[in-house]
Design a binder for this molecule. Structure first.
Ligand code: SDX
Length: 372
């Protein structure tokens, strides 16, 4: 038995939810470019969960269910005040809040299809409320309750800011949520499938996926990209900064991908939005720095930008706190995690690969009083 590091190239399951073939990403056959340009996030949630785009009445029903389930139990809001909120990363708070939600759901361990679908609706609806409430409570502000008359993206911006969201922010966030919704068997989705393949519950599956997404090699990269841009500060500093990264053989956040060979198709949409929004907010330097970094990393190392690179300057331009970038990734990707969890339950077999043993050979037991 020979191990395949990082399971590179290993086909671990079948799935009808999304595909990445020849650098083309589709959700149930729909090209991500078409979905990014034309679909609402709510339509994409329906597509991922049902394998087809909704008609108007199906979309209205889903939108209504999400709006009706966006409010948090008071105990989840109260728990934010029970720990040192200023030093807690929002992904840790999100991971804990989702786990806590499971304790408030009497059907958490009921495993029939109807109950699991209800939990999917509840979690998709509540994640933005958790992120927004945490963001406000840690600033000493009252959380803003979700409204039932706003779209998913508009409601999220409203709960974050407490103000009527503007159309540009809503459209940009909607497109970003569509682009991040699912991505075949990425690390956090695989984590969710491994967890629920033991027939553990939906809350456990999503909690474990949040833990995986938190890492800087995965969803945590977008926050690290913004940290890099902030450290660089000005376009004129890019060359020296990146050259030092090259010399130190450091990983440059926002670049590279296990699956894409010639570039992440999502990046071009986020690049376009970064250009538009940084110009609109009078801070084009964030986009200009990003372009110069991309020219160096892709031009000199042949490593293309991934989904996380331009999302950083785009989210910054929307006025979003940098440590909320990955939680926003989770608000979107939970739709994909839930699709994969529901799919895993439908045709389940426990996921149990092997390990190539590299430890000591046969040993004879020696009583402790005879050991060196
Ligand atoms: C996401 O899987 C998904 O689908 C994930 C995702 C999704 O939607 O779910 O697309 C979201 O997680 C995007 C990736 C976000 N992470 C980052 O931006 C972190 C920086 N990127 C790298 O850590 C890396 O590219 C990964 C983690 C994305 C991929 O890791 P791999 O496939 O294990 O690649 P590797 O680390 O083995 O690199 C192969 C070579 C190495 O060179 P050598 O040591 O062989 O000479 O490419 C180099 C690496 O050094 N390389 C990089 C690099 N990425 C790869 N060198 C510098 N900077 C980088 N970013």
């Amino acid at each position: 038995m020979t191990a395949t590091r990082g399971l590179e190239g290993v086909v671990a399951t079948t799935s009808s939810i999304s595909s990445i073939i020849d650098d083309v990403l589709t959700y149930a056959g729909y090209n991500i470019d078409d979905l990014a340009d034309h679909a609402s996030f709510e339509e994409v949630v329906y597509l991922l969960w049902h394998g087809k785009l909704p008609n108007q009445s199906e979309l209205d029903e889903l939108t209504k269910q999400l709006a009706e389930n966006a409010t948090l139990p008071q105990g989840v809001l109260d728990h934010f005040t029970t720990y040192p909120i200023d030093s807690v990363h929002p992904m840790g708070a999100l991971r804990t809040a989702v786990s806590l939600l499971g304790l408030y759901d009497e059907e958490a361990d009921v495993m029939d299809d109807a109950s699991n679908y209800r939990k999917a609706i509840s979690l998709q609806a509540k994640l933005p409320t958790i992120v927004a409430a945490f963001s406000r409570i840690r600033k000493g502000l009252e959380p803003v309750a979700p409204r039932t008359d706003l779209s998913f993206s508009a409601n999220f911006v409203y709960m974050l800011t407490g103000q009527e969201p503007d159309a540009i922010a809503i459209e940009a966030l909607n497109k970003a949520l569509v682009l991040h919704a699912d991505h075949e068997l990425n690390a956090s989705t695989f984590t969710a499938r491994v967890c629920v393949a033991t027939l553990s519950d939906v809350y456990s599956g999503v909690t474990s996926a949040i833990g995986a997404l938190k890492g800087p090699l995965h969803g945590g990269a977008n926050e690290q990209v913004m940290k890099m841009l902030s450290e660089i500060g000005e376009v004129s500093n890019v060359e020296a900064y990146i050259t030092e990264k090259f010399n130190n053989k450091d990983k440059i956040m926002g670049f590279g991908h296990r699956v894409y060979q010639n570039g992440d198709p999502r990046a071009k949409h986020l690049k376009k939005m970064s250009k538009e929004l940084t110009t609109l907010t009078g801070e084009p330097k964030w986009y200009e720095m990003s372009v110069k970094i991309e020219e160096m990393v892709t031009g000199q190392k042949g490593i293309p930008a991934n989904v996380d690179f331009y999302s950083a300057s785009m989210y910054h331009s929307l006025g979003i706190d940098h440590d909320l970038f990955t939680p926003i990734f989770a608000v979107s990707r939970v739709s994909g995690w839930l699709a994969h969890i529901l799919e895993q339950y439908q045709n389940n077999r426990i996921i149990r690969p092997r390990a190539e043993y590299t430890g000591p050979g046969k040993q004879t037991f020696v009583p402790i009083d005879q050991r060196a």
